[in-house]
Design a protein around this ligand. Structure first.
Ligand code: APR
Length: 308
């Protein structure tokens, strides 16, 4: 791939750009932010690490979108974090305005690109980007499930004292509180987790995963998680850039899958050069179907706050 753009040179965006460059997923990474000098400064600093880290991906910074023209993928991390005193509605309005302006520029300069949305509330910001760009669902995806499953997998690995690499897990639904872990699909080197861990302990780890974002916010004092979120976004970028056909939990626009229509929700997706190449359907228990429905309702509730 020639060019990948990361919009928002904050914690998540800058870290994502660095990971993309270090893995040489494109010949050039462009970091865009409204802040004067910041994207250029971070980009130059990253490029100056290239001789030591050994990558040839050029990293550049920009305030505008002209420099991003022809990008194959845009990772969007631009936005405001919720500040004390700011209501959820307020945050949705403010980030909707930001994502709308970003999406307009993307459609103008790179009409064939694929968008990976990271800005929260994720499922709803992906909807804003899709509506504003008019891109087909194949080319607008949201990153959440990879992060939620990564948290769950890391907690399971710690508890069992085994490699994270051997743990597979699937999480559906909205990001965070309303996520729906499909416990029957969790395996440790092919062994069902339910044979290695008590129900109580699994439930405790599920709850810790649900509150995973909040746990980091509390520890940091200011700001929110960015190492794991940027890893999740870059895994999606890699699947696209290298046409890997990976099966990853991503937020995709549903058109009847799982009995749901007209919203972004976390589901297992096949991701390759075309972006979303298929939505895979898993058989769910009655309880899981109900939880997924509730998760969809929560996302729809936030979608209603959006004025485009
Ligand atoms: N265009 C480009 N960049 C913008 C715009 C805009 N219109 N508006 C704001 N930004 C930039 C800010 O200047 C800031 O540098 O977005 C960046 C956001 O960075 P941080 O505040 O560090 O936030 P971060 O921790 O990176 O999180 C970004 O990702 O995981 C989600 O919930 C998180 O929605 C948040 C997003």
């Amino acid at each position: 791939m020639d060019k990948i753009t990361v919009v928002g040179a904050g914690h998540v965006g800058a870290t994502a750009a660095q990971r993309i460059a270090e893995r040489e997923l494109a010949r050039e990474v462009v970091l865009v932010d409204i802040l004067e000098g910041v994207p250029q400064g971070k980009a130059l600093d990253q490029w100056e690490s290239a001789p030591v880290e050994g990558f040839d991906t050029m990293v550049t910074g920009a305030q505008g979108y002209e420099e991003t023209a022809g990008s194959g993928v845009y990772v969007i991390t631009a936005g405001l974090a919720r500040k004390p005193g700011m209501s959820r509605d307020d945050l949705v309005q403010k980030n909707t305005a930001i994502i709308s302006s970003v999406a307009e520029q993307i459609a103008r300069y790179s009409p064939d690109s694929i968008i990976v949305m990271v800005t929260n509330p994720l499922d709803v910001m992906a909807y804003v980007a899709k509506a504003v760009t008019g891109f087909p669902r194949e080319r607008v995806l949201g990153m959440a499930g990879i992060l939620d499953t990564a948290r769950f997998r890391s907690f399971i690995a710690m508890e069992l004292g085994v490699s994270v690499e051997d743990i597979q897990a699937l999480v559906l639904g909205g990001h965070g509180d309303s996520m729906v872990p499909i416990v029957s699909t969790v395996s440790v080197g092919g062994i069902p987790l339910t044979q290695l861990m008590s129900e109580d302990r699994i439930e405790a780890l599920v709850n810790r995963t649900r509150k995973g974002g909040g746990e980091i916010v509390k520890l940091l004092g200011t700001g929110s998680a960015y190492y794991a979120p940027s890893s999740g976004a870059v895994q999606m970028v890699e699947a696209i850039a290298r046409d890997k056909k990976r099966v990853l939990p991503c937020a995709a626009w549903l058109e009847g899958e799982y009995g749901l229509d007209g919203l972004f929700l976390g589901v297992p997706c096949k991701i390759g050069a075309g972006g979303l190449e298929a939505v895979l359907e898993v058989e769910l228990s009655g309880g899981e179907t109900e939880a997924l429905g509730a998760s969809a309702e929560a996302v729809r509730g936030t979608m209603e706050l959006v004025q485009l």
